[in-house]
Design a protein around this ligand. Structure first.
Ligand code: GAL
Length: 384
């Protein structure tokens, strides 16, 4: 398993909404019982020794052991975990779910008791999968919703079924999280604050200096934006806060194009190819809400005969291995490490606490890390 300790390079995080087109908490939940480990709760066969009790006593001991194990959350190896991922083909969520499964197994869950479902980017499909997990009486659910706006409906049915719930990656809105707190439900969210990643993208551009970025010397920075799924706060915040970092630095900016690439490399490639065809050398910076799209952007940039670092800049988010290799090679200006180790481990740890009858905060955060030529190799060594 990979190490997830990183040299901490933090930036400030800071709300607002944004649509495509240029221009544009927490407290404690309930706890049921103590969390005495199940090792102390001896299974029936250990207590019913030969020289000891008659059958009745042995049966009583077995019942007591079973009760103790239940009270303690039972043995993790017997616990069933249902995991819903919005879409398996998403590069970042593939890293996330792989690490999540490995870590759950390391913590003592049995591989055959972990079921991971592909929502295929369709909320109806995912809702059916959640219904099946409820019918199967899984002990805990970890959900990366297709639509964060469906969280209320999802929460209601999962809570109704008495199953603890850990949301990951796509954060439900503040009023939904408030409901968990107000009702003392065993529901939490694990993820990073996308405002921080957007800010870091912008800061990596600002750090280059206006002179270097303003290739056409008109005193302002012309950029294009390629957005992830606009229903997702990650896309909204990265779009807004990346540019805000430039204006906060006193830079004048001009948005030439802002389009939705849905986190997908191929969509970004054609968006950027078209934008380069339309705006040509006027484009000085390409902001992509994630690395998959930045990789597509890079294909389009190279096909147009442009050179990152020489006549255009390009930033992404996630720190996919391929993107880190590009940062090292100079063919990508920078990316931002979206720590799937920390997020998947925190999600599993939260699930385990719920299973033990312990409380979780309603929001469990994690920090992003800038990845530039200075530290990209270090991050690559960790993620590879
Ligand atoms: C983001 C990530 C994207 C995509 C998205 C899915 O955090 O940067 O690449 O995976 O989550 O919701």
């Amino acid at each position: 398993m990979k190490k997830k300790i990183i040299g901490v390079i933090l930036a400030t995080a800071m709300f607002a909404t944004l649509l495509t087109g240029c221009g544009g908490g927490s407290s404690e939940t309930t706890a049921n019982t103590d969390s005495a480990a199940t090792e102390d709760a001896a299974p029936a066969e250990d207590t019913a020794t030969e020289d000891a009790a008659p059958a009745e006593e042995a049966a009583d001991a077995a019942d007591a052991a079973a009760d103790a194990a239940d009270a303690a959350g039972g043995d993790l190896a017997d616990k069933k975990v249902g995991v819903c991922i919005y879409q398996f083909s998403d590069n970042f969520m593939t890293l996330f779910r792989t690490e999540l499964e490995n870590y759950l197994i390391e913590q003592g869950f049995a591989k055959e008791n972990i079921t991971i479902a592909d929502g295929q980017n369709d909320q109806a499909t995912q809702s059916g999968q959640i219904d099946n997990f409820i019918a199967d009486q899984v002990d805990v659910l970890i959900i990366n919703p297709v639509n964060s706006s469906s969280a209320e409906t999802i929460t209601d049915k999962v809570v109704e079924a008495g199953i603890p719930l850990v949301y990951i990656n796509r954060e439900p809105d503040a009023s939904e999280e408030q409901r968990w707190a107000d009702n003392g439900w065993n529901v939490t969210y694990v993820g990073c604050d996308a405002r921080q990643s957007g800010t870091m993208q912008g800061e990596m551009i600002v750090d280059l200096g206006l002179e270097a970025v303003d290739f056409n010397g008109d005193g302002k920075v012309q950029y294009i934006m390629v957005e992830g799924d606009p229903e997702n706060v990650d896309a909204q915040y990265r779009t807004e806060f990346s540019v805000k970092a430039l204006t906060d630095a006193g830079w004048e900016v001009e948005c030439l194009s802002d389009q939705v690439g849905n986190w997908q490399q191929d969509q970004a490639q054609s968006i950027v190819a078209n934008a380069l065809g339309q705006y040509g050398n006027d484009i000085e910076v390409v902001f992509c809400n994630n690395d998959a799209m930045a990789l597509g952007a890079l294909q389009a940039i190279e096909a147009a005969g442009r050179t990152v670092g020489t006549d255009i800049y390009l930033v992404g988010v996630d720190a996919l291995s391929e993107a880190l290799e590009d940062v090292i090679a100079g063919t990508m200006t920078g990316t931002v490490f979206n720590d799937h180790f920390s997020q998947s481990h925190s999600a599993a740890d939260a699930a385990i606490r719920f299973l033990k009858g312990e409380a979780n905060e309603y929001y469990i955060g994690c920090d992003y890390v800038k990845a530039t030529q200075a530290n990209a190799q270090e991050i690559l060594d960790m993620v590879k």
